[in-house]
Ligand binder design. Structure first.
Ligand code: MEV
Length: 427
């Protein structure tokens, strides 16, 4: 069995790397080169990143791209995107440009309320717990005063605290269901600190607190983004046919969960990329979006389409708990730059930008799927990855790219072409 270790966190970074290499990696000098390549020449940056998490030994770089030409509520935006998948940024850029000449994206924030819960067990009578809650409710607000003071100055704070009886589902189980407004911050730390202060005040010999934690289900922290135009403005050979097939594709995702998951994954390609670029928590956003997509009891599409009176309309409604202050937003230099290129938006504005990016990505995927097929664009981009993997030089890259201009790109066909170029010429 491979070795376990205690006190690992107390080792220096070099000691951690040495231990890792000696016990878990094969080629020691290769591993050391890979690990250290990112921090040898960027000591300051690495030190900054070391502080974000524990046991840092290196960095994991992801491509940072930008998608220009997004018009959102009449204003132009360049959208920063962090993503490893070929063609996502290219698709966003194409779609941004496409809608920029058709009225752009229209976005609205539908709500900003977030939720946290104190989960507790109580075996006594329901009337008694209700009476106790009503008596102590004002004190629960007061118990958070030192935490909520600054948030209240910014217009946020605790909106309400409710007692919820869950004993029908689980014996003795109750909750304090707390609603929050966290303004420009994502608010996770604020919410959790408030909940813990509330729980401490609420606890008695009969009330056993199980846990206090925010919910990543945020159905009331919701944003909508929409595009629309006359069908004939959609362009292409047969815009009516295009609109109808597109509409069918959205309907399929509405009623078929297997398709809905992939459909929404395409939306998350756009959403996560901006969430990451702005230093936000993409796992929270993912969890919230998918729980929203299944709120009816069956998993369904986050986007919707309508064709009425000659107008094509496509829109999305998605919950987004994000922030533009706090967390990594100012600490991570690239997140800071992302926010700067977005004109330092409020959290509300960033929600709208992210929703537009998600809708754009969904439009691009459905347009490709219902016309040329998804592999066409994907493989064209993937071609460059294969060329890089084979360390193709500029001449080889040009020759292979030209060769595949009108041919179907497959991994094996590209490899065969590279090999044929590299074969010594015989005559
Ligand atoms: C791939 O990352 C995303 C798509 O599968 C989305 C979709 O099918 O709608 C292309």
């Amino acid at each position: 069995m491979r070795k376990l270790i205690s006190g690992f966190s107390k080792l220096t970074k070099d000691e951690k790397i040495t231990w890792l290499i000696e016990n878990y990696l094969q080629d020691q000098s290769e591993a050391e080169n890979v690990i250290k390549q990112y921090w040898n020449h960027q000591q300051d940056l690495q030190e900054l990143h070391d502080g974000f998490i524990e046991n840092t030994i290196s960095n994991f770089y992801m491509p940072f791209g930008i998608a220009p030409n997004f018009i959102i509520n009449g204003d132009a935006f360049v959208i920063p995107m962090v993503i490893e998948e070929s063609s996502v940024v290219a698709a966003a850029s194409l779609v941004g440009k496409f809608w920029s000449t058709r009225g752009g994206f229209k976005t609205t924030v539908l709500g900003t309320t977030k939720i946290g819960q104190v989960h507790f067990m109580y075996a006594g009578s329901q009337t008694e717990i209700e009476a106790y809650f009503n008596k102590i409710k004002t004190d629960l607000f007061a118990a958070t005063a030192s935490i909520t003071k600054n948030m209240e100055k910014r217009g946020g704070g605790i909106l309400d605290i409710k007692l919820v009886d869950k004993t029908e589902k689980l014996a003795n189980y109750y909750q304090l269901h707390v609603t929050f407004e966290t303004k420009d911050s994502m608010g996770a730390n604020f919410i959790n600190s408030c909940l813990e202060a509330i729980a401490k005040k609420f606890e008695t010999a009969e009330i056993e607190i199980v846990m206090s934690i925010l919910s990543n289900s945020v159905p009331e922290c919701l944003v909508r983004a929409e595009v629309s135009c006359k069908i004939e403005e959609l362009g292409g050979e047969n815009p009516q046919k295009f609109a109808e097939k597109f509409y069918q594709a959205v309907k399929i995702a509405t009623i078929e969960p297997y398709r809905a998951v992939t459909h929404n994954k395409g939306i998350m390609n756009g959403i996560d990329a901006v969430v990451l670029a702005t230093g936000n928590d993409f796992r929270a956003v993912e969890a919230g979006a998918h729980s929203y997509a299944s709120r009816s009891g069956e998993y369904t599409s986050l986007s919707h389409c309508e064709i009425k009176d000659g107008i094509f309309k496509f829109w999305i409604e998605v919950p987004l708990a994000i922030g533009t202050v706090g967390g990594l937003t100012a600490l991570h230099p690239m997140a800071k730059l992302s926010l700067e290129m977005l004109q330092n938006p409020s959290a509300n504005m960033l929600m709208q930008i992210i929703a537009a990016a998600g809708l754009a990505q969904n439009f691009a995927a459905l347009r490709a799927l219902t016309t040329k097929g998804i592999q066409h664009g994907h493989m064209k981009m993937h071609l460059q990855n294969i060329l890089n993997q084979f360390e193709a030089n500029d001449e080889e890259k040009e020759s292979v790219t030209t060769y595949f201009n009108k041919k179907t790109v497959t991994h094996s066909a590209v490899v065969a072409k590279i090999q044929s170029l590299r074969k010594p010429k015989t005559n």
